[in-house]
Write a protein that binds this ligand. Structure first.
Ligand code: ARG
Length: 263
C-alpha cells in the first residue's frame, strides 16, 4: 500500500472553514510536527505502508490534509475542486506532483466541487461518496465515469462531520464503522443495504475522530481516546495503534485526513 503525506511545516489555523477551526485556538507547531512524525512512523513501521511525501507550501496550511488532494485510482488522478477559495491553490501543487509520478491527471469542470478521498471511499467493491457540505453530488457522476465504477451518493447533514471520512470508515469487505447522526435517513438506508456489518461509533468517540482511521488489512491507525471502539474492533480481530493527533483536530482532521492512498 502506497500513501501520500505532506509534512506540517506551514500548518496552522489561518482561516475558519469548518466548525472545528477557530483562529483563537492555534495549533502548537512543535507538537503538530511531533504528532505528524509519529503517525508517519507508525504507518511505515507498524502498518508496513510505503509513504511518499509532497513538499509543503508556504501559506497553504491545510495542505497537510492530503486526503483532499483528489482521488488516485488505477494510474489516474482525479484532481479536487475545492469548495473554499483558501484551499484552491493546493490543487496545482498536487496536480504537478501526480503528473511527475506518471499519473494521468484529470480535472472536473470547475463548477463541480469535489474534495477527493475525503469524500470518496471504497468499501469492498462499492464506492461511497459524501455530498452537500463540501463535495457536490453532480461531481459523483463525473468521477464515476472517469473511474468506470458505480458510486453511491450519501448526503451528509452535520457540519461537524463535513467530509465522508470523518463519519464513515471501511474496515473490510462488507464491514465499516460509521457515525449515524452525520447522515440523512436515505443515506443510512443506502449504507444498510450495501454493507452487511455496520459498526456504529458513539457521539463522544466520533467527536474524537474515531471514524477518521487509516486501515491496512487488519491494522488500524487511529486517534487516541477511543476505548469503546478499540474493544469492539479488537474483538473483531483488528490490531489498533492509537496515536495522539489533537493538533490536527483543531483544523477538523485526524489520521485519515493526513493520508491519501495512491496505490
Ligand atoms: N481544515 C481542513 C478543511 O476544512 C481539514 C480537512 C480534513 N480532511 C478530511 N479529509 N476530512 O478543509
Amino acid at each position: 500500500m502506497r500513501l501520500l503525506m505532506c509534512s506540517p511545516e506551514y500548518y496552522g489555523i489561518e482561516y475558519e472553514i469548518n466548525p472545528w477551526m477557530s483562529r483563537s485556538r492555534q495549533a502548537d507547531a512543535r507538537l503538530a510536527r511531533e504528532q505528524w512524525n509519529r503517525l508517519h512512523r507508525l504507518l511505515r513501521e507498524e502498518l508496513a505502508a510505503e509513504v511518499e511525501t509532497i513538499a509543503p507550501v508556504q501559506r497553504l496550511p491545510d495542505m497537510v490534509f492530503t486526503a483532499n488532494a483528489g482521488l488516485a485510482w488505477n494510474g489516474k488522478f482525479v484532481a479536487s475542486n475545492f469548495r473554499h477559495e483558501v484551499r484552491r491553490r493546493e490543487a496545482a501543487h498536487y496536480e504537478s506532483w501526480f503528473s511527475q509520478q506518471g499519473f494521468d491527471v484529470l480535472r472536473l469542470p470547475e463548477e463541480y466541487y469535489f474534495e477527493g478521498e475525503g469524500d470518496l471511499l471504497k468499501c469492498g467493491d462499492s464506492w461511497f461518496a459524501g455530498y452537500h457540505i463540501r463535495t457536490d453530488i453532480l461531481s459523483h457522476q463525473k468521477v464515476a465515469e472517469i473511474i468506470e465504477q458505480e458510486i453511491l451518493s450519501l448526503e451528509l447533514t452535520n457540519d461537524w462531520f463535513y467530509h465522508l471520512d470523518t463519519c464513515f470508515c471501511p474496515l473490510s469487505f462488507g464491514q465499516a464503522m460509521f457515525y449515524p447522526p452525520a447522515f440523512d435517513s436515505y443515506a443510512l438506508k443506502v449504507l444498510e443495504n450495501h454493507i452487511p456489518e455496520l459498526i456504529p461509533v458513539s457521539a463522544q468517540e466520533a467527536a474524537r475522530f474515531a471514524c477518521n482511521a487509516v486501515v491496512l488489512d487488519n491494522k488500524i491507525a487511529i486517534s487516541d481516546g477511543c476505548p469503546e471502539l478499540r474493544q469492539r474492533l479488537e474483538s473483531a480481530g483488528f490490531t489498533l495503534f492509537e496515536t495522539p493527533l489533537g493538533e490536527f483536530v483543531k483544523a477538523g482532521g485526524s489520521a485519515k485526513c493526513l493520508v491519501l492512498k495512491i496505490g
